[in-house]
Ligand binder design. Structure first.
Ligand code: SF4
Length: 438
């Protein structure tokens, strides 16, 4: 059903500033599902980040472009030499696009045009931005590829293979470069963040002058020392996740966990073959909240999975009332071509799926309303996403971009995207908060 991930080959020349740009482009593309390849041959597109500081550097850049043209032919040029596009066009009239230095947004747009990202809401880890790009103040950091679980409704392992973690040192170097480039919030993503490093047997790798294990806790701890907001997505409720909660309580990483529970009934979870389905999740969530009282949990659920009974739905709704999750999305089950769940049979009729979905949403709305109300009167740190003439749009620590709520911030002084300000919350509606910068 899905085309394989488009492949990008990248050549980065020049000074440390150019390297930061390269890193930013690579991070963005990786998060959008592109695969990086070391060879031009076989890539869908080649990006050459050039240097034009000295004549020798220009010559080296032109050589690199020439090589990419010869080996691939689909080339995007960026960086300092992009400021003088004629020089490049004269020699290589068939270049796909030329953009100037620090224009990473344009490079990513050019890549989208040359090799469109195959957006699939089911497969993708980041919300669909289309041509809209992640603002400069936050970035998705992808820590692994593939997945070693075998959820019965999912074909990601078939498409992307088993889990392949990036060594901790490599991930941390990328994070450090993002921070240097002005990123204020890092969103850690992968198909199964809690499984990070299992494939590498948690092998240590060099970071600064020491060794850091390729392991969820160790990575969280090191990222927590970078002085920016760090948000964890796609974590499963395994016992070892307990270790990370104190980092949240200490304010090292954000008190936020995105856990795709998908269901609560043991029968359905078993049929779904979900990871950690035997863990006592309610107990675990309770313990996490004891350790970190302001922990926010976001999750997604599926209703109408084949074989789901009314009892399963009752179980799920009771669980939901008890778990009091902060943000929740719910989907009606749809079969995915090639997924083992298609063999289960016993489908839930569409009317029943609909009715269950409405019941689910009503239950969660009541939970959310209470949680939202409890925030009124509090002073919360808010990161500004969009400046506005009198009201800016931002997010609290409890809200991830695109998927969670917005905080509308009135302010007497101008606020810029990326500012982190304290906001007194004055009003709450179903999803969003309204307040005043103090
Ligand atoms: S954890 Fe399950 S749903 Fe998620 S990618 Fe792996 S197999 Fe698919």
């Amino acid at each position: 059903m899905n085309a394989p991930a488009p492949k990008v080959s990248f050549v980065s020349l020049g000074c440390p500033k150019a390297l930061v740009d390269s890193e930013r482009i690579i991070t963005q593309l990786r998060a959008q599902g592109y695969e990086l390849t070391k060879k031009h041959d076989g890539a869908d597109v080649v990006i050459v980040n050039t240097c034009g500081f000295l004549d020798s550097a220009k010559a080296e850049s032109l050589d690199a472009i020439g090589q990419a043209m010869a080996e691939n032919g689909r080339v995007i040029v960026t960086g300092c030499m992009g400021a003088e596009p004629e020089q490049i066009r004269d020699r290589f009239p068939n270049i796909l696009a030329i953009t100037g230095p620090q224009a990473y947004e344009s490079v990513v747009s050019a890549v989208h045009e040359a090799a469109p990202p195959s957006h699939d809401p089911f497969l993708d880890l980041v919300p669909d931005h289309g041509v809209k790009l992640t603002p400069r103040h936050y970035a998705y950091l992808k820590i692994s590829e593939g997945c070693s679980n075998r959820c019965s409704f999912c074909i990601i392992p078939k498409l992307r293979g088993d889990l392949v973690s990036r060594p901790a040192g490599e991930v941390l170097r990328e994070a450090e470069k993002l921070v240097k480039a002005g990123v204020k919030e890092i969103l850690v993503i992968s198909q199964d963040t809690s499984a990070y490093g299992v494939d590498l047997k948690y092998q240590p790798s060099l970071w600064q002058d020491r060794e850091v294990r390729t392991r969820f806790f160790d990575l969280a701890r090191e990222l927590g020392n970078m002085g920016v907001w760090v948000r964890m997505h796609y974590v499963y409720p395994y016992p070892h996740v307990d270790e990370v909660i104190p980092l949240m309580a200490e304010g090292k990483i954000l008190p936020y966990l995105d856990i795709p529970f998908q269901h609560a009934s043991p029968n359905v979870l078993k049929a779904m073959r979900r990871p950690a389905h035997q863990e006592k999740t309610l107990e675990r969530v309770r313990r996490w909240r004891e350790m970190c009282p302001d922990l926010a949990i976001r999750s997604t659920f599926i209703v109408g999975f084949p074989g789901e009974t009314e009892d399963d739905v009752d179980f799920l709704l009771d669980w939901l009332k008890e778990a009091k999750l902060d943000r929740v999305g719910c989907f009606r089950y749809e079969p995915v071509k090639g997924a083992p769940a298609n063999e289960i049979g016993n489908p839930v009729p569409p009317e029943a799926k609909d009715e269950r979905w409405h019941r689910f949403m009503k239950t969660q709305r009541e939970v959310s309303a209470k949680l939202q109300k409890a925030k009124v009167g509090k002073r919360l740190p808010v990161i500004i996403d969009e400046a506005g003439p009198s009201v800016a749009k931002g997010r609290s620590k409890y809200d991830a971009p695109e998927i969670d709520g917005t905080v509308y911030v009135a302010s007497r002084r101008p606020l810029r995207a990326g500012d982190i300000v304290t906001v007194k919350i004055e009003r709450a509606d179903e999803y969003d908060l309204h307040g005043m910068a103090v």
